[in-house]
Every structure is written in structure tokens, then in C-alpha cells.
Design a protein around this ligand. Structure first.
Ligand code: WT7
Length: 652
């Protein structure tokens, strides 16, 4: 696998000199307002996390050992027992907060629901009993394929309550992608819905699930929530309506103690090969990390803040910062089902105004889209309730940061640019908003309790300039492995730089010691903040009967960060148009992985040994001058591709 020099990954890291210290009033009231958390973590890494875990979580049984670290395997809070759903629900209700709103839910058509902590606890207990009645127990896997509705969180928490692991698959993924994930996890039960609302229409989720279920022998039962109201086929004995099962279920399901290292969930993410990895997260350490980061990065003030994260529960951001982090802290949040431009481009701003959202967390790709829609959209609404805004998923460019700061944050809200991954479980690098002076485009520094270092090609630490981002100390929310594939876990994350976790990102340290993330250095693209592997899209293309060979690269894109560009060689005598290939990828993986542009080419540029030169294709796709092409077997191939790319380039 070619590993480009990360210092070359970004040309325009303009020496950003603007500095935004925390506003004094914000700092004065902030949960962290000085360096004491960093000082404490420096005095004792494990003791630091032990205190957070003790103070933020309820443990049935205290642990004996804070951390067992046999690289690459870690265990946290060993010997301790807790229940994740008890921590997110019961203890708040027991503390008299049952009437506090957990979720202000808004459906895309405009229907609303208010769910209190007591109601959420009631639903979770009933659904935990439903799962039990379907034969689910400790250690089993349950797949969840849902729209953005409170029941998605209910299903996740019900799994946690009884010690089953959930595996949530984003509702935009295809039937094939769902089937692959169900089969990899050997899930017993699938929880889904008839459909959900998106862009003014119902998308038929159950029909996708049915297509997947044709090849998922491990699934014994399917629970179907009525949301879209669209017609569905129900298979007798296998498929059950959510409301029927809930009506028949017992109301009480006491939270049982679970081992701190009980598997809480699998979440599949793309790597450099075609097969997604089931990232494993366990209970105590993960919950401690998301509870801690939610409290300090989002400066959470229980009872007064109204928090809103715009992610989907199908991604790690939804797991950690819609479900577990906020609920563990007793937060009140907004959950929205649909797209930002239904019925109009100001939907998000109208939601912020309506619910008086105080803390808002979204992605750079969304911010760049809002920039395109213009400042008039947010200006129609009163956004003065906001006090803190955040960003996640990819590097945020300084222009987008400034736009966010001015037009959404009103110039007064600190911005937390949070770097982390599915694998890290929780935020790792971010400002603490009451302490850190921010620079537009920089994720600033590792959080207290996190060890991060840049290294060069040889693995020696770099204190200034570009390098590979590595994590040097175990952290409680770290992945515990790749489901069913310990060798891949070791190889992917721990082999490149001995003794260090390699995140796959390049980064740069500026003269003031600020970290600037530069994007992936492997064959993983970042499209709208979602990781997609080039190999996975290539495999999907090659599975089309007309395609002989395909090469896929991520090219810089002003809105989505990277766009998927495919170069395709058709089989002799075969024909296919761009649309049918894009649709084929959507069927294989999901609409999210559709190439933006497909170039048909009689040949792909290859080295003499037959390796496709992706770097070169990326240069062509981004309209760069080609570097060294002397290793090419046939240089004319590239001239032809360049000619085609230029012919296809937009006029602006
Ligand atoms: C990759 C992880 C973490 C939740 C969403 C994505 C990129 C993430 C940032 C940021 C620069 C970022 C990295 C990382 N990334 N946040 N603030 N600045 N890059 O989770 O799908 O596991 O992707 O997203 O490249 O490795 P994910």
C-alpha cells in the first residue's frame, strides 16, 4: 500500500495566525476553566481515568485494576460491574429527574414527540423484555437498521440492559451491506422499521431488510417499528410489529450487573480492504470516556443545556454523542429525523430557534453546504440560544470555520473541532472550550488523559511539521478488537509503528504546538465525514457484469471533502453507462458510496509490475500536474485520461 508523505497532503496550510481565546464569561462558568485536568492526567494517567469513571458512572461493584495493558489488548476497570442502561436511565430517574426531557424528537414531516427520562426507561425495560422473549440473552448480537427515531436509542439501550451487543447499520446502507454485517456478526434478531422520512418521502426500509434477510440464516426474528406507514410484507412467525410485542411485554426488567468488559456493541467501518471491520467496544471504559468527553468538551450543564448532534445513530458519532454520552450525563437533546433542506434550506436553524438549542454539533460537509445556501438562511432565525458549537468527521477548512463562527455562532460561541474515530470510541483531540484558545481549522491538542504524538516514516517523534498521527497511551474507550479477526486488529492498527496505535491520519504540528489534521494517508476516502474504502467501491464496480477492472480514488471536493472518482475498464464487447454503474454501487453498498464521476478508459495506468497507480489517478482527478510517470508501463494511458478529465471539468 503506498503511503504518501503526509506533509505533501496539504499545500495550503496557510500559517493561520488568528487566535480565538475563550470568551471570559464562558470560561468563568465552564466545567473546565484551567489546566488542572491536564496536570492531573500528567501526574497519573490511570488514576485520572479512574477518578472520571468513579465520579461520572454508577458502579455496582468497584473494579480491582484500572487498566490491564498487554499491547494491543487493553482491559479497563477490571473486575468492576455496571449496567450501561442503568447509568443512562435508572439513576437519573432515581435521582428525581424522571420528568426531565431526554429527547425532543422532531420527525421530518414536522410531527414531534417529547420523551422524558422516565418514559425512555419504561420503553427500554419493555423492549429488553421483548428481546428476551425472542431468545436474546447475554453475549448475543442484535442488528438494528432504523430511521432516526427514539426507538433506535431504545433498542440500543435495551440490548445494553440485558448484555446483548448491538450492531447498528446506517439506514442508508443497501440490503447487501446489511446482509454482510448481519452475517459477520451472526446476529439473532433484526430490529427495523417499515420506513422513515427523508426529503419529503418515505424510504422503504423493511423492503431493504427483506432483501437482506434472504441470505441471513442467523436471524430468527425481525421486529418492525411502524414509522413510515408504507405497506410491508410480514413473514409469519419471523416478523413482529414493535407495538404488538411492546403491548404484551412486562413493564419491569431490572438492570443486571455486567462485567466492565462486556461487549457493548459492534460498529462496522471501512478499512483499506473491501471487507468492513466490526469494531468492538465494551461497557465500562467506553461509557467512562464518552461521559467524560461529553461533560468537558461540550461543557454540559444538566438541566439548562439543550444539546443537538445532527449525526445519524448509525455512525459512531450517533452512538457516542446522541445515545451514550448525553444520556449518561442526564442531558436534554434534540433528535431530528430528516434532511437539512426539507421543507426548506433553513430547517436546522428553525429547529435551533424552536427548541432554544444551546450546544450544536455537526460536520464540516454540512457547514460547507450551508455556506452555499447563503447567510440569509440562518439570518432568518434567532440563534442567540447557542453558546457552543462543534465540528466532527473531517478537517474543517479555515473558511468554513470562520463562517460557522460568524453566521451560526454569532461570533460569541467557542468552536470545538473534535478529532476521533470509530475505533477511539470517543473524542481524543479537541479544545476544551473554556480553556483552549482556538485557531480556525486546528483541532488544537489532545484532551487530558489522551496521549497523541506525530512520528516520521521511521516512527521517531516529530515535534514540528508533518507526520503520522499515533496514540501513545491506552485509553478507556479504545476498540477492543476487530470482530472475529484478531490478526487484522494487530496488523491494521499496531504494526506500522511498534508500540503505538496508528490512526491512519496525517497531521502537522505548527510552531505553537497546535495540531492540524491533514486527512487519511491510506486508501480510505472521507466523503461527507464518512469513511469509505477505495477497495470496497472497486469491488462493487467489478461485481457488475460489464466491468473488467476499476480503480477508485478520493479527489478533493469543495462540499463533501472528498468525492469518489472511478476509472473503469469495460469487458470486451460489453457496454454500460455511468448511471447504471453508479446505481450498481448503490445497490452493493449504499447511495453514500456512489462515485461522483466515472471515467471509462480502455486501460488503467499501471506500474510494470501491474500495480494500479492510484496516486497518479488522484493527480488526474484533482487536475494536478503529474509528477514522476517513469514507472508507468504505458504512459499514453495517462495522457488520454488527462484529456478526458479536462473535457469533463466544470466551467467555473
Ligand atoms: C476519520 C474517522 C469520529 C466520528 C466521525 C468519523 C476523520 C474525524 C476529524 C476532525 C479531521 C477528522 C479522520 C479520522 N476525522 N474527525 N475533527 N478533523 N479529521 O468517524 O468514520 O471512524 O472516521 O475521520 O480521518 O481518522 P470515522
Amino acid at each position: 500500500m503506498p503511503t504518501p508523505d503526509p506533509t505533501q497532503a496539504i499545500e495550503a496550510l496557510s500559517s493561520e495566525s488568528r487566535l480565538f481565546p475563550p470568551p471570559p464569561a464562558f470560561a468563568a462558568a465552564a466545567n473546565a476553566h484551567d489546566r488542572s485536568l491536564w496536570d492531573e492526567a500528567a501526574r497519573g494517567h490511570e488514576e485520572f481515568w479512574a477518578r472520571q469513571s468513579r465520579e461520572l458512572l454508577h458502579w455496582f461493584q468497584p473494579w480491582d485494576t484500572t487498566c490491564e495493558w498487554n499491547l494491543p489488548d487493553s482491559k479497563w476497570f477490571v473486575g468492576g460491574t455496571l449496567n450501561v442502561s442503568y447509568n443512562c436511565l435508572d439513576r437519573h430517574v432515581l435521582a428525581g429527574l424522571g420528568d426531565r426531557v431526554a429527547i425532543h424528537w422532531e420527525g421530518e414531516p414536522g410531527d414531534v414527540r417529547t420523551v422524558t427520562y422516565r418514559e425512555l426507561l419504561d420503553d427500554v425495560q419493555r423492549f429488553a423484555n421483548v428481546l428476551k422473549s425472542l431468545g436474546v440473552g447475554r453475549g448475543d448480537r442484535v442488528n438494528i437498521y432504523m430511521p432516526m427515531v427514539p426507538e433506535a436509542a431504545v433498542a440500543m439501550l435495551a440490548c445494553a440492559r440485558i448484555g446483548a451487543a448491538h450492531s447498528v447499520v446506517f439506514g442508508g446502507f443497501s440490503a447487501q451491506a446489511l446482509a454482510d454485517r448481519i452475517n459477520d456478526a451472526s446476529a439473532k434478531v433484526l430490529v427495523t422499521a417499515d420506513g422513515g422520512w427523508r426529503r419529503g418521502e418515505v424510504f422503504p426500509l423493511k423492503a431493504q431488510a427483506d432483501a437482506a434477510l434472504a441470505s441471513t440464516p442467523s436471524i430468527e426474528h425481525v421486529v418492525v417499528l411502524r414509522r413510515g406507514g408504507n405497506p410491508v410484507d410480514m413473514v409469519a412467525g419471523r416478523d413482529h410489529w414493535w407495538h404488538d410485542l411492546m403491548a404484551a411485554a412486562d413493564a419491569e426488567c431490572p438492570a443486571e450487573p455486567m462485567d466492565a468488559e462486556q461487549l457493548l456493541f459492534l460498529l462496522y467501518t471501512s478499512g483499506t480492504t473491501g471487507k468492513p471491520k466490526g469494531i468492538m467496544h465494551t461497557s465500562g471504559g467506553y461509557l467512562a470516556q464518552v461521559a467524560y468527553t461529553f461533560k468537558y468538551v461540550f461543557d454540559h450543564k444538566p438541566g439548562t443545556d439543550v444539546y443537538w448532534c445532527t449525526a445519524d445513530v448509525g455512525w459512531i458519532t450517533g452512538h457516542s454523542y446522541i445515545v451514550y454520552g448525553p444520556l449518561a450525563n442526564g442531558a436534554t437533546q434534540v433528535m431530528y429525523e430528516g434532511v437539512p433542506n426539507f421543507p426548506a434550506n433553513d430547517r436546522f436553524w428553525s429547529i435551533i430557534e424552536k427548541y432554544k438549542v444551546t450546544v450544536f454539533y455537526t460536520a464540516p460537509t454540512a457547514i460547507r453546504t450551508f455556506m452555499k445556501w447563503g447567510t440569509a438562511e440562518p439570518a432568518k432565525h434567532d440563534l442567540s440560544s447557542l453558546r457552543l458549537i462543534g465540528s466532527v468527521g473531517e478537517p474543517i477548512n479555515p473558511e468554513a470555520w470562520m463562517w460557522y463562527h460568524e453566521h451560526i455562532g454569532g461570533g460569541r460561541c467557542p468552536i470545538v473541532d473534535t478529532w476521533w474515530q470509530t475505533e477511539t470510541g470517543g473524542i481524543m483531540i479537541s479544545p476544551l472550550p473554556g480553556v483552549t484558545a482556538t485557531k480556525p481549522g486546528s483541532a488544537t491538542h489532545p484532551l487530558p488523559g489522551v496521549g497523541a504524538e506525530l512520528v516520521d516514516e521511521q516512527g521517531s517523534p516529530v515535534s514540528r511539521g508533518g507526520g503520522y498521527l499515533t496514540l501513545t497511551k491506552p485509553w478507556p474507550g479504545m476498540l477492543r478488537g476487530v470482530w472475529g479477526d484478531p490478526a487484522r486488529f494487530r496488523e491494521t492498527y499496531w504494526s506500522r509503528f511498534p508500540g503505538r496505535y496508528f490512526a491512519g491520519d496525517g497531521a502537522k504540528l505548527d510552531d505553537d504546538g497546535y495540531l492540524w489534521l491533514l486527512g487519511r494517508v491510506d486508501d480510505v476516502m472521507n466523503v461527507s465525514g464518512h469513511r469509505i474504502s477505495t477497495t470496497e467501491v472497486e469491488s462493487a464496480l467489478v461485481s457488475h457484469p460489464s466491468v473488467a477492472e476499476a480503480a477508485v480514488v478520493g479527489a478533493n471536493d469543495p462540499t463533501t471533502g472528498q468525492a469518489i472518482i472511478a476509472y473503469v475498464t469495460l469487458r470486451g464487447g460489453a457496454s454500460a453507462d455511468e448511471k447504471s454503474l453508479r446505481d450498481h454501487v448503490a445497490t452493493e453498498i449504499g447511495a453514500i458510496a456512489k462515485p461522483k464521476t466515472i471515467y471509462f478508459t480502455p486501460d488503467l495506468p499501471k506500474t510494470r509490475s501491474g500495480k494500479i497507480m492510484r496516486r497518479l489517478l488522484r493527480d488526474v482527478a484533482e487536475g494536478r500536474n503529474l509528477g514522476d510517470t517513469t514507472t508507468l508501463a504505458d504512459a499514453s494511458v495517462v495522457d488520454e485520461l488527462k484529456r478526458r478529465a479536462e473535457a469533463a471539468a466544470p466551467e467555473d
